[in-house]
Design a protein around this ligand. Structure first.
Ligand code: FAD
Ligand code: 2HG
Ligand code: ZN
Length: 483
């Protein structure tokens, strides 16, 4: 069932849960936070795409860092493997067990600890849902520096652990810049207090970065401190059509030059992505009818002067429409139109899910080469497979999605290793923002040197000598087995 990843075997040195273990967990967490009920375990054993399926018999719901520490110390001494779980929206099979790992679900640790209205620094527990943090900061006159389609379910701890990019990275940069501090619990139960709130702190190695993007393989993130930028009053969103990919690229270059200080998102989708959305999501309409164009670009600007920003955007669009770079376009007139444009872009993963079996690739590639891969894939695969290209053009991040009526090993063999080799040849990354998880644990060499992977393995062995934290994920299976 692990499409695209080599079959793995359960590491034999891991123990199996027994009644004494259950008794211990109940004694520290209380009956209600020790879940053995199949109905509740089922969704936690299955990933968002319904592609990866574990068989855990136990989910724990800690309410404090101390409880996480007790869990870890106990599991480490008993050699019980663990999968940390946030909102379970991950797309690489990292958030669900592979076998019978204990699920440590962070949803109960959902408190906001402090918010500094002067600096905009938010300190909160890892289980806070991103959308709740967005509403909270919005009320205080600030915004979260990251936004993504899964915001209604994903947790800040999961975002940090995957180093999620999303729709605003082009403006606010990655979480490596916005996260000021982290509290994390190591495999042996040690609590690492790195929950600083300073913009600048060059004292020794900046260890928090090890936890940003390590997908729960080095520790469980329990608290996060984050820099949130002030909310600006004017947001404008334009939905534009282009004839070809070269025009989208030129549009990005122009937008950077002419809208630089207000540009807050630059996303693109091709006609295949648009059709998937129109055919699979209720209530979505083509904003630029009648025909579906070859390419669409969504540009968002965020600034502090409503009339100035809008005029700036409209002048920009008018000029590029005259020059033929943009074929057609519309600027949202109200908040409903803003959300309907975003719904098209953010709804693509959901629409793809509804359309059939999906083979998902999340690639960083040189901007000018990015769409060549989509074209090559299309030529390679033919009917009835659909090749969909979209993503964060402003970050050179392509989401290549291939759909077929059902999963098929022959189709997969046509896609892989071709897509990874192509990416490696162009010095791209096989995981721009989703992580490695189970899906790509054996593919890491396409993007990282053997020396770099070896250092990662050494760090993993030092921090988690029994290998209990999210086993089978991130690092190649042959190197990560705990022997
Ligand atoms: P989970 O899925 O539960 O976990 C993800 C990984 O982090 C797992 O390896 C897990 O073990 C680990 N983990 C979770 N919580 C913790 C913790 N507290 N401590 C240690 N490890 C932990 N990603 C992007 O980068 N950009 C996007 O635009 C984007 N859009 C998405 C849209 C949709 C509709 C969906 C379904 C997903 C999208 N994603 C995107 C994928 C993205 O990785 C997740 O949405 C999100 O960052 C994961 O958060 P989560 O709480 O759901 O984590
Ligand atoms: C997005 O940008 C997410 O919508 C999901 O990162 C990407 O579905 C995908 O491939
Ligand atoms: Zn994305």
């Amino acid at each position: 069932r692990f499409y695209g990843s080599a079959p793995v075997e359960r590491i034999p040195s891991f123990s199996e849960i027994n009644s004494k273990d259950i008794g211990y967990f109940k004694s520290i967490l209380g009956e209600n936070n020790v879940i053995q009920d199949q109905d509740r375990l089922q969704p936690a054993n299955t990933d968002w795409m319904h592609k990866y399926q574990g068989s855990s018999k136990l989910m724990l719901l800690p309410r404090s860092t101390e409880e996480v520490s007790h869990i870890m110390r106990y599991c480490n001494s008993r050699h019980l493997a663990i999968v940390p779980q946030g909102g379970n929206t991950g797309l690489v099979g990292g958030s669900v067990p592979v076998f019978d790992e204990v699920i440590v679900n962070m949803s109960q640790m959902n408190k906001i600890i402090s918010f500094d209205k002067v600096s905009g620094i938010l300190v909160c527990e890892a289980g806070c849902i991103l959308e709740n943090l967005e509403s909270y900061t919005d009320n205080e006159g600030f915004v979260m520096p990251l936004d993504l389609g899964a915001k209604g379910s994903c947790q800040i701890g999961g975002n940090v652990s995957t180093n999620a990019g999303g729709l605003r990275l082009v403006r606010y940069g990655s979480l490596h810049g916005n996260v000021l501090g982290i509290e994390a619990v190591l495999a042996d139960g040690t609590v690492m207090d790195m929950l600083g709130t300073l913009r600048k702190d060059n004292t020794g190695y900046d260890l928090k970065h090890l936890f940003i993007g390590s997908e729960g393989s080095l520790g469980i993130v329990t608290k996060v401190s984050l820099l949130t930028p002030p909310k600006l009053s004017a947001t404008n969103v334009a939905f534009l059509a282009c004839n070809d990919y070269l025009s989208c690229q030129k549009l990005l270059i122009e937008a950077r030059r002419k809208l630089g200080e207000v540009l807050s998102a630059f996303e693109f989708l091709d006609s295949y992505a648009m059709n998937v959305v129109l055919n699979n999501l209720e209530g979505v309409r083509n904003p630029l009818p009648p025909a579906v164009h070859n390419f669409y670009v969504l540009i968002e600007t965020t600034g502090s002067d409503e009339s100035y920003d809008r005029e700036k955007l409209e002048t920009f669009l008018f000029r590029l429409m005259e020059s033929g770079l943009i074929l057609d376009g519309v600027v949202a007139q109200d908040i409903n139109q803003v959300s309907s444009f975003w719904r098209i872009r953010e709804g693509i993963p959901e629409a793809l899910m509804k359309s059939g079996a999906v083979y998902k690739y999340d690639l960083s590639l040189p901007l000018e080469k990015m769409y060549d891969l989509v074209d090559e894939m299309r030529a390679r695969l033919g009917h009835p497979v659909k090749v969909v290209g979209y993503g964060h053009l402003g970050d050179s991040n392509l989401h290549l999605n291939i759909t077929s009526p059902k999963y098929d090993d022959d189709i997969l063999a046509q896609i892989e290793p071709f897509v990874y080799e192509w990416t490696s040849k162009h010095r791209g990354s096989i995981s721009a923002e989703h992580g490695i998880g189970l899906m790509k644990a054996n593919k890491i060499y396409y993007s990282k040197s053997p020396e770099a992977v070896q250092l990662m393995v050494s760090i993993k062995k030092m921090m988690d000598p029994n290998g209990i934290l999210n086993p089978y994920k991130v690092l190649p299976h042959s190197l990560s087995a705990n022997n």
